[in-house]
Design a protein around this ligand. Structure first.
Ligand code: GTP
Ligand code: MG
Length: 460
């Protein structure tokens, strides 16, 4: 690790703005800041953690670059645990580049994405769930993702993990008593009692593990596949909901070939809409591949939006689409309401469509607001209502760690109800504990840290 060096980066986004913040962290942070920045008046006395006004100068030329504020935050009670200096300058891209170059000339290294947060983690200022929550907070696109990341930042997930680990420690203590005193006549909790404790713990690990389905929807958004036979207006509907001409629309059936994905914000949630190729029997190779992808997208989506053409009689392809939608969540759209009507919602229900059907017209926009509202209600159902009341996990990393914990607990339980010696069961319990600890990062490795912190922006 290169924790000895001093890093520098702009903590604010590239581009013009009122203020930009150049942040330094490391043993030389304060010294470098004091070389570049000079306070005005007062004999130059600086109080830590206070903003002071001064000037940034280029020592080589003696020229003043900017009038800027500076704050010095000595470690270890700082964001990174190291000495930190922040220069709050005017937000011009050229100015920021010049200041970064001056800091680099004084010995600072330009930081990698997420390097400040990584140092905060390595110095014990935050755990991994908090680091992930910071990244999620920055990425949040709606109230549900924001509430979730704030709860996680406040330690909700870390607390849950810690309480599970305490239960594991208790189980381990019982096992150790068995190991130490198995030869003696002492009133020990029976193997059955330990097994009962393991079962109880398994239930809470499993509940948290299962919350991933909802957590993923909150963090990444739900996926909705727009499906239907060719020419019913799928791409027109995508464009209408997005408010842009994202997909090509023509009168020719079979226009859309590949999947078209685009994200849209709906009230508190975000939704990924996937437009697909019209489903029909086709002998044309490109179209056939597209239809295969459409079917796969339908399978993988959290919800479906089957589209039907109200101006045409029901065809075999519509029945195929109804079949794809059987038992799934979503809303069906009966499109082209502006044309003379050949079919109604009742016809689709009689053919076995189980979803609510909405009358729609992509040409005029009729039904758009009802469609948005219906989508929000479906997503709410998928996300399990308002977050904040119940902790959910939002990342594959958490889910995998809980899966490994469950595997170890299952092995321990099997051993306990069988005749496995307590020493061996204790190994499984230790494994479960280690897997749980990887969530907060008490046990971690470089690869895991690289993956987590790579996602961060530079200067964070
Ligand atoms: N009258 C009328 N025409 C519509 C409506 N919605 C779409 N269309 C027309 O129907 C034709 C097909 O629309 P698309 O959006 O390309 O249909 P699609 O389902 O994506 O078709 P494929 O990509 O070929 O599967 C275009 O000419 C649209 O302008 C509608 O509500 N009313
Ligand atoms: Mg299309």
């Amino acid at each position: 690790m290169y924790l000895e060096d001093t890093i520098v980066a702009s903590a604010t986004p590239a581009g013009r703005g009122a203020v930009a913040i150049v942040r330094l962290s490391g043993p030389q942070a304060i010294e470098i800041a004091r070389t570049l920045w000079h306070p005005r008046g007062d004999g130059g006395h600086i109080r830590a953690r206070h903003l002071h006004l001064g000037e940034i100068r280029d020592l080589r030329t003696g020229r003043t670059l900017d009038r800027a504020m500076c704050v010095l935050i000595p470690g270890p009670r700082s964001l990174t645990g190291e000495d930190i200096a922040e220069l709050h300058c005017h937000g011009g891209p050229y100015l920021v580049r010049r200041i970064l170059a001056l800091a680099a000339a004084e010995g600072a290294r330009i930081a990698q994405p997420g390097e400040f947060s990584r140092r905060a983690f390595l110095n014990g200022r935050i755990d991994l769930t908090e680091a992930e929550a910071i990244a999620d907070l920055i990425d949040a696109r709606g109230a549900s993702a924001l509430n979730q990341s704030i709860a996680q930042l406040a330690g909700a997930l870390a607390q849950r993990v810690k309480s599970m680990r305490r239960e594991l420690i208790a189980i381990r203590a019982y096992l150790e008593a068995e190991i130490d005193f198995s030869e003696e006549e002492i009133d020990l909790p029976s193997r059955r009692a330990i097994a009962t404790d393991i079962i109880a713990l398994k239930e809470s690990v499993s509940a948290l593990h299962q919350s991933f389905a909802r957590g993923r929807i909150i963090r990444q958004g739900a996926r909705a596949a727009i499906i239907g036979k060719p020419n019913v207006g799928k791409s027109s509907i995508l464009n209408l909901i997005l408010g842009t001409e994202r997909a090509i629309v023509t009168t020719i059936p079979g226009t859309t070939r590949d999947l078209i994905e685009e994200s849209v914000d709906l009230e508190d949630y975000s939704l990924v809409l996937v437009d697909t190729a019209g489903i029909r029997d086709s002998s044309e190779e490109v179209e056939r591949i597209g239809i295969g992808r459409a079917r796969q997208a339908a399978e993988q989506a959290d919800l479906l939006m089957p589209v039907f053409d109200a101006s045409r009689p029901v065809e075999a392809e519509d029945v195929d689409v109804i079949e794809l939608a059987r038992g799934r969540m979503g809303i069906a759209l009966l499109n082209k309401r502006d044309l003379p009507q050949q079919i109604g919602a009742g016809d689709l229900c009689r053919l076995g469509l189980t979803m609510p059907v909405l009358n729609f017209c992509a040409r005029s926009g009729e039904g758009l607001s009802e469609c948005r509202e219906a989508l929000v209600r479906v997503i709410e159902q998928l996300a399990g209502g308002d977050v904040g009341n119940e902790m959910v996990i939002t990342r594959e990393r958490h889910r995998d760690a809980l899966e490994r914990t469950l595997e170890a607990l299952n092995a321990a339980l099997e051993g306990m109800v069988g005749t496995t010696p307590p020493e061996i069961v204790a190994v499984e319990i230790a494994q479960a504990s280690e897997s749980l600890s990887s969530i907060t990062g008490e046990v971690s490795n470089e690869d895991v840290l690289d993956t987590i912190f790579r996602e961060f922006c530079i200067g964070k």
